[in-house]
Design a protein around this ligand. Structure first.
Ligand SMILES: Cc1ncc(COP(=O)(O)O)c(C=O)c1O
Length: 541
């Protein structure tokens, strides 16, 4: 069979282990590599934008396709200019609408191939994808690394389902990402939550203390703990000590490090959980690295992980038509970080210091640095710039809106007291100066009297239905004021402090009801209601 071959068919139809399922034998692959290496300069010279890669890598010709294997295999494949009679339907960009052609060009579509000859299969990697994943594992310091094409969302789901069975309990932070909360419902798991600590001045939930973790893990007979660090704002927990405690209680240690994918590539950044030896770690490449949205890595270190189960879970949960744009992006960004990461992040850290200093000169704005470590936070990723706005009398939400509407500036996010700015590869000082000037202007023109922090941390309510039961059971919408004693059908959360007040299956106790009513009266930003005035809530029937 030619083209995608028997292996592709076997994979698509779930027939694993078919004899000779690899479409191209490894020796032939090597032959193709060697042959294509010889054609390399010529081929790329006639490639996108007519620019030869030799000019980029004068000393490394013939080596590059071993160092960024997926990218170069694809590039070489494209250069063959094979007549194409297969998916995707844009026919190598020739069929796209003129608007896309004008803005995107056709080249990007050349890389958007499907699993064609020699390009390996994400769900049964034996060739270039396998090589690319092995290089990623080496660069990140993991035993094994998987490319994820459905973000860290799918990584979190895979970590849950490959280490836990239905009705198992799992230790979780209350400030876990919703993909983890969703995973509880899908895989029928029982959460044992640990409430997140709140940083008093900024109102940001930053994570858990090791001693709180130990108290919970000691008393609950769990076998898996799911830790999340850093948080969105770059605040880190003491994941080293937490890991030690987890080991003491024989926990499989999972880490959602979605916001820390850059940590392994600069010695001044916080330590990554991969280096410390967490059993499984998920990282979003797209959040802080120059990689396409939806691209993430799943790293495995633990001896105690059933690799076959991880593999099967990835196959069930991810698309069976994985985007090569995404996978190439993961291959190239790994190489970029490996070769230039220290320098790239040093430059960003310098820019971050400049940004912090300049913003701290603006009366009423406060941009914290490592001085917050005295408040219990263990470490801080200084590339994240949080600007506390409460002393200019504006909420973070208001400042974000003003930046958007009046200054045409887009930031990462805002909450009640802060805005969050990401500095990532490619950022220039001139762009930062535009932001600093806008903030100066806002601090003068829009200033009001200071806001004071106005929140308490909610208690974690009792569970009356498992997350799965809550997800599947019939629900009804009722008035909030009549919700006492009912079971929540939705995640209800509030800013500040941005933690879930209720997750599906939890009881709306009198305290919780009063807490929500109080937040409403103080004008908090609530989520999970059925109307914009926060009067109606969804509960189990
Ligand atoms: C802590 C955390 N984990 C996981 C995710 C999901 O990541 P992705 O967008 O890569 O699916 C997010 C997304 O914001 C996150 O903040």
């Amino acid at each position: 069979m030619s083209g995608r071959g028997a292996g592709w068919l076997a994979h698509q139809h779930g027939v694993l282990g078919v004899t000779g399922s690899s479409p191209v034998a490894p020796t032939i692959l090597i032959y193709i590599f060697i042959r294509d290496m010889a054609q390399f300069g010529r081929a790329l010279g006639s490639g996108p934008r007519g620019r030869g890669f030799e000019s980029h890598y004068p000393d490394q010709e013939n080596k590059m396709d071993k160092r960024i294997p997926l990218f170069f295999a694809l590039k070489n494949y494209i250069d063959k200019k094979r007549p194409a009679f297969h998916m995707p339907g844009h026919h190598r960009g020739k069929g796209i609408h003129k608007y896309l052609k004008e803005l995107w060009g056709e080249n990007v579509f050349l890389f958007d191939i499907t699993e064609v000859e020699g390009m390996d299969y994400l769900h049964k990697p034996e060739g270039v994808i396998q090589e690319a994943q092995e290089l990623a594992a080496k660069a990140f310091g993991a035993k094994k690394t998987f490319f994820l094409i459905n973000g860290s969302t799918v990584g979190n789901l895979v970590m849950l389902v490959s280490t836990l069975n239905p009705q198992d309990k799992v230790v979780l932070q209350r400030n876990s990402h919703r993909s983890i909360i969703g995973g509880l419902a899908v895989f029928d798991l029982i959460p044992v939550y640990i409430q997140s600590e709140i940083h008093e001045y900024t109102g940001i939930p930053w994570g858990i203390k090791p001693e709180t973790y130990e108290e919970v893990v000691r008393n609950n007979g769990t076998k898996v703990s799911f830790i999340t660090s850093p948080n969105y704002y770059g605040m880190c927990e003491n994941i080293e000590y937490i890991l030690k405690i987890g080991r003491k209680y024989n926990q499989i240690m999972l880490l959602d490090e979605a916001h820390g994918v850059h940590f392994p590539f600069n010695s001044k950044l916080p330590v990554s959980g991969i280096k410390l030896g967490y059993d499984m770690v998920v990282q979003s490449a797209h959040k802080t690295l120059p990689s396409l949205t939806q691209t993430s890595y799943l790293h495995i270190n633990g001896e105690n992980i059933d690799m076959d189960r991880v593999f099967d879970a990835l196959t069930f949960l991810e698309s069976s038509s994985p985007s090569y744009l995404f996978m190439v992006s993961l291959d190239v960004v790994r190489y970029q970080m490996e070769t230039e990461g220290e320098k790239i992040w040093n430059e960003i850290l310098d820019l971050a210091e400049y940004t912090r200093n300049e913003i701290n000169k603006i009366d009423g704005l406060y941009c914290f640095g490592k001085e917050i470590l005295k408040d219990g936070i263990y470490d801080l990723d200084l590339t994240k710039i949080t600007v506390n706005t409460k002393n200019i009398g504006l909420t973070g939400f208001e400042v974000e809106e003003i930046l958007n509407k009046d200054y045409n500036i887009e930031i990462e996010l805002s909450d009640s007291y802060n805005i969050l700015i990401f500095l990532t590869p490619g950022i220039k000082k001139e762009e930062i100066d535009i932001l600093i000037n806008a903030l100066k202007d806002i601090s003068i023109k829009k200033r009001k009297s200071s806001i004071t922090n106005n929140f308490v941390v909610p208690e974690i309510p009792p569970i009356a239905a498992t997350p799965k039961e809550a997800f599947l059971r019939e629900k009804e919408v009722i008035e909030l004021t009549k919700a006492k004693g009912r079971i929540s059908g939705k995640i209800v959360s509030a800013y500040p402090p941005g933690l879930p007040i209720l997750v599906p299956g939890e009881v709306i106790t009198e305290n919780i009801l009063n807490y929500i009513i109080d937040l409403k009266s103080k004008g908090a930003n609530l989520q999970g209601f059925m109307d914009k005035d926060y009067n109606f809530i969804k509960v189990l029937k």
